[in-house]
Design a protein around this ligand. Structure first.
Ligand SMILES: NC(=O)c1ccc[n+]([C@@H]2O[C@H](COP(=O)([O-])OP(=O)(O)OC[C@H]3O[C@@H](n4cnc5c(N)ncnc54)[C@H](OP(=O)(O)O)[C@@H]3O)[C@@H](O)[C@H]2O)c1
Length: 260
C-alpha cells in the first residue's frame, strides 16, 4: 500500500545539517526524498528508513542545471505532493580570492545561488497550486557580514537569506511559507570540504548539527521568518552585526578564516 505519510525533500541530505534535518522530518512522520552528489546518499537513506520513513535517495550534482532539474524530475516521478522542501545544499570555499581558481569560485555561486533559485522555482510552482507547503532555505550567519577569505561564500548566503525573506512576503496568503535557517559554525564536513581545516574557524569548537537542525525544524513548523542556528551568545553576536560597521565585521571575520 502506498505510504500515507507526507513527503519532505532535502537537498544535500547525505550528511551534516541536511541529514539531521531529514532525521527531524523522518522522526516527525514524513517520508523523505534526498539528494547529494556522492553515493553516501544511499546510506543516509538507510538511516532514515531505520526511523520508520520511506526514503528516496537521488544522486545528482547540484552545481549543474541538469543535476538540479534531474532531482526535481525524480521528486515529481514519485507522484506525491511535496509538503516540505529544505533547500539545504551549499558549499564553502576558503582561501584568498586572488589565489582561488575562477572555476571553484563559480561552483560556489552555482550551488548556493543558481541551484537554490532553480529548485525554489520548481518547488514554488508545485506548492502554490496545492495551496500548502513549507520551504526552508539554509543560509548562514555569514549572511550578516562580509566574509574575507571566503569572499564569495558569505555573499552567496546573504543572497539565500534575502531571497527567503523576499519570497516569504510574496507568498503571503498562498498557504506556502518560507523560513531561513542561519547556522553559525556547526560540526559537519563543511569546513574541511571548503579547504578551511587549517584556519581558526576550522579548528574551533562548533555547534551540534542535531541542535541546529532542530532549531531549523521548529522555526519552519512555527512559520518563523528566520532563525539563528546556535546558542544564545551567537544570537546576541548576530544581533550586534546589525549595527556594527561592515569594515569592523570584515576585519573580525578575517581573523577566523585566514589560513595558517
Ligand atoms: N557547517 C557549518 O558551519 C555551516 C554554517 C552555516 C551554514 N551552513 C550551511 O549549511 C548547509 C549544509 O552544510 P553542512 O554543514 O551540512 O555541510 P556538509 O556536511 O558538507 O553537507 C553538504 C551536503 O551537500 C551535499 N553536496 C555538496 N556538494 C554537492 C553537489 N555539488 N551536488 C549535490 N550535493 C552536494 C553533500 O553530499 P555529497 O558530498 O554526497 O555530495 C552533503 O550532503 C550549507 O548550505 C551550508 O552553507 C553550514
Amino acid at each position: 500500500m502506498a505510504s500515507q505519510r507526507p513527503l519532505a525533500i532535502v537537498s544535500g541530505g547525505s550528511s551534516g545539517i541536511g541529514l539531521e534535518l531529514a532525521k527531524q522530518f523522518a522522526a516527525n512522520g514524513f517520508d523523505i526524498a534526498l539528494s547529494a552528489s556522492s553515493d553516501r546518499v544511499q546510506s543516509a537513506a538507510e538511516e532514515l528508513r531505520a526511523l520508520g520513513a520511506e526514503a528516496y535517495p537521488h544522486q545528482a550534482d547540484a552545481s549543474t542545471f541538469e543535476g538540479v532539474e534531474d532531482f526535481w524530475t525524480f521528486v515529481s516521478s514519485l507522484g506525491r505532493p511535496v509538503e516540505i522542501a529544505a533547500l539545504n545544499v551549499g558549499i564553502g570555499l576558503g582561501g584568498a580570492f586572488v589565489d582561488n581558481t575562477l572555476e571553484d569560485e563559480l561552483r560556489v555561486v552555482a550551488v548556493n545561488v543558481t541551484g537554490t533559485v532553480h529548485l525554489a522555482k520548481r518547488v514554488v510552482q508545485h506548492m502554490v497550486p496545492n495551496g500548502t507547503g513549507k520551504i526552508l532555505i539554509v543560509s548562514s550567519v555569514s549572511a550578516t557580514k562580509p566574509t574575507p577569505f571566503e569572499t564569495v561564500y558569505g555573499p552567496s548566503k546573504a543572497f539565500g537569506f534575502m531571497f527567503a525573506e523576499s519570497l516569504r512576503e510574496e507568498l503571503r496568503g498562498t498557504g506556502v511559507t518560507v523560513t531561513a535557517l542561519l547556522p553559525g559554525a556547526t560540526n559537519s564536513d563543511f569546513h574541511k570540504n571548503a579547504g578551511m581545516g587549517n584556519s581558526p574557524i576550522g579548528r574551533q569548537q562548533k555547534a551540534d548539527k542535531t541542535m541546529v537542525a532542530h532549531q531549523g525544524y521548529e522555526a519552519l513548523m512555527h512559520d518563523v521568518d528566520h532563525v539563528i542556528g546556535g546558542d544564545e551568545a551567537l544570537r546576541q553576536a548576530i544581533l550586534a552585526n546589525r549595527t556594527t560597521p561592515e569594515p569592523v565585521k570584515a576585519a573580525q571575520h578575517a581573523k577566523s578564516t585566514r589560513l595558517d
